[in-house]
Structure formats: structure tokens, C-alpha cells
Design a protein around this ligand. Structure first.
Ligand code: MN
Ligand code: MN
Length: 295
């Protein structure tokens, strides 16, 4: 198989990152008390398509003790209140992904927590270069967070990005582990410290609005067959329930889940209901540093 040249590939990562950064700024402006979460999520996803990208995953809008995988349902009436809001956006161009998140503090009471995730991210970005170990990155992130009196969320981490793979290897931990891997030039990775005043661990919550195709499997229920055809276009990337045709959707989803064709992404929340802030950027590793694609 003929492969695309590395510069062509990197330019697609850059384009995805540029689209993301523009829309992220506009989305932040829309996060205000009384505004529907659904309005912001739909704005983000529509804007991505209008500017020549595709969502790499549904716009995640996670509140307070929620860390990730929350996205509005199709007729969601939830509005922003006095919340700590994480907006996590994914854009791909031809499968090459930009992944970035910000925290917006609508209460005005959690500046320190938000600053801690931002500082951990920028300190990590400062040390990334060809030859750096993920052990060092985890250590810098952990120290930045603990030094500010908070805890890193130990079971959430940054990750590699690959074509149509929003969670590729390597894992980039938010704490110091004994073993890691060495990053090399042209690796594309997402760095995403999560900071909490709770236990420092997330657990799966009840609701599921995000799914991903694991592998097509033979199914006899016609609604499930139709849905399987429909979701092939996401090429394994996560998609939202609200993006799907509504007719007998729950039956179709349940059937595909039962045969092992579908992965669910339940909402992740802090174990002790601590507040969570998150900051994330995507970077390309270079010889003596890194290039942030989502800046
Ligand atoms: Mn993300
Ligand atoms: Mn990510």
C-alpha cells in the first residue's frame, strides 16, 4: 500500500488543529448561564463541517464532577448554570485528528483549579521533544498539579493520535509511572491533564450518549442492519446517539451492543464528586520541541 508522505499527513493534522482552535474560541464565547448545552454542541459540530473538517467525536460538554464522555441528548433541555464546564472538541481532516479541551468556570470560584490544569499542560508542552520519555511528562504534570494543592486524575491520560484513531498508543499519563515510552520526531500526541479536589479517580456514570463501532457483525434485526450501515461512515471514531436516525433506535443500538459490534462510552465522573478541570492540546513532536496544532 502506498503511504502518504509525512509532510502531507502533518499538514492534515495542522489543518484539523487550525479549524479546531477557531471554533473552540467561538464556543467558549457561547458558554453562558441559561444557554442550552445542545446549542453549543451543535454549533461546534456544524462549524467543523462548514470549515472543511469532520467531528472526530461528538462535542463533549462535561459539567462539574464529570470528566468526559458527556454530550447532550437529542432533545436535551439542560442549560448552563453556575457550572465548571469542560468543552472537549475533536476535528479530523481525512482521518487526521486534532483533540483539544478547555475549562470554563461560570461560577468564578474555581480559578485556581482551572489554572492548575492549564499550568500542568503548558509545563508538559515545554519539555516535549524528540527523545523525551512519557515518564518525564507524567512527572512534570503530576508535580504541577500537586504543587498547587490538587490531585491529578490517575485513570485518565493523554494519548497518541493516528489516522481514524482518537485514542492511539502511547499513553501519556498524568502521574509519574515507573515505565513509559520514548516519543520521537513526528509523533502526534494529545496531552490532557485532569485536575480535581476530589479523590483523583473517575468512575463510569449511568448515561451513555456516545458510541463507537468495534467491528461489523452479522445481525438479523433489520433496524440493527440499517444502523450498522449508517455508522460505518464514522470509520470506528466515536459518534453521538443524537446523530442517528431516531426510528427504533434503542432496539437497534441494544442489538448491536449485544452482538459485540458496538462500544459504549459512559459518562466518567469523579469518584468522590470532586470538581474536575481539564486542559488539552494536540502536538507534533519535533527534533527540539513540539508544534501545538490546536493553538
Ligand atoms: Mn479531548
Ligand atoms: Mn484526548
Amino acid at each position: 500500500m502506498e503511504e502518504e508522505g509525512i509532510e502531507v499527513v502533518l499538514d492534515k493534522y495542522r489543518k484539523a488543529g487550525r479549524i479546531l482552535a477557531e471554533i473552540r474560541g467561538e464556543a467558549i464565547e457561547k458558554v453562558k448561564e441559561g444557554v442550552l448545552l445542545l446549542e453549543v454542541a451543535e454549533f461546534v459540530e456544524k462549524s467543523i463541517r462548514e470549515r472543511g473538517g469532520e467531528p472526530a467525536f461528538p462535542c463533549n460538554i462535561s459539567l462539574n464532577e464529570e470528566a468526559a464522555h458527556a454530550t447532550p441528548s437529542i432533545d436535551d433541555e439542560t442549560v448552563f448554570g453556575n457550572d465548571l464546564v469542560k468543552i472537549d472538541i475533536g476535528v479530523h481532516v481525512d482521518g487526521y485528528i486534532g483533540d483539544s479541551a478547555v475549562t470554563v468556570d461560570l461560577s468564578g470560584e474555581h480559578e485556581d483549579l482551572v489554572r492548575a490544569s492549564g499550568a500542568a499542560l503548558s509545563e508538559a508542552i515545554k519539555i516535549i521533544r524528540d527523545g523525551i520519555s512519557t515518564v518525564e511528562i507524567g512527572e512534570v504534570i503530576e508535580n504541577a498539579i500537586r504543587g498547587r494543592g490538587y490531585r491529578p486524575v490517575v485513570n485518565l491520560s493523554g494519548h497518541g493520535l493516528a489516522r481514524y484513531n482518537s485514542h492511539a498508543l502511547p499513553t501519556i499519563p498524568n502521574v509519574r509511572y515507573e515505565h513509559g515510552v520514548i516519543l520521537t520526531e513526528n509523533d502526534v500526541v494529545a496531552i490532557e491533564p485532569f485536575v480535581t479536589d476530589g479523590a483523583g479517580k473517575v468512575v463510569e456514570g449511568g448515561t451513555v450518549e456516545i458510541y463507537g463501532l468495534i467491528k461489523a457483525k452479522p445481525v438479523r434485526v433489520s433496524e440493527a442492519k440499517k444502523l450498522l450501515d449508517e455508522i460505518q461512515k464514522y470509520q470506528g471514531l466515536p459518534f453521538a446517539k443524537r446523530w442517528l436516525p431516531r426510528e427504533r433506535l434503542d432496539l437497534a443500538l441494544r442489538t448491536l451492543k449485544t452482538v459485540g459490534a458496538l462500544r459504549e462510552y459512559p459518562v466518567l465522573r469523579e469518584e468522590e464528586k470532586g470538581l474536575i478541570s481539564q486542559a488539552e492540546e494536540t502536538v507534533i513532536v519535533t527534533k527540539d520541541g513540539c508544534e501545538v496544532t490546536t493553538k
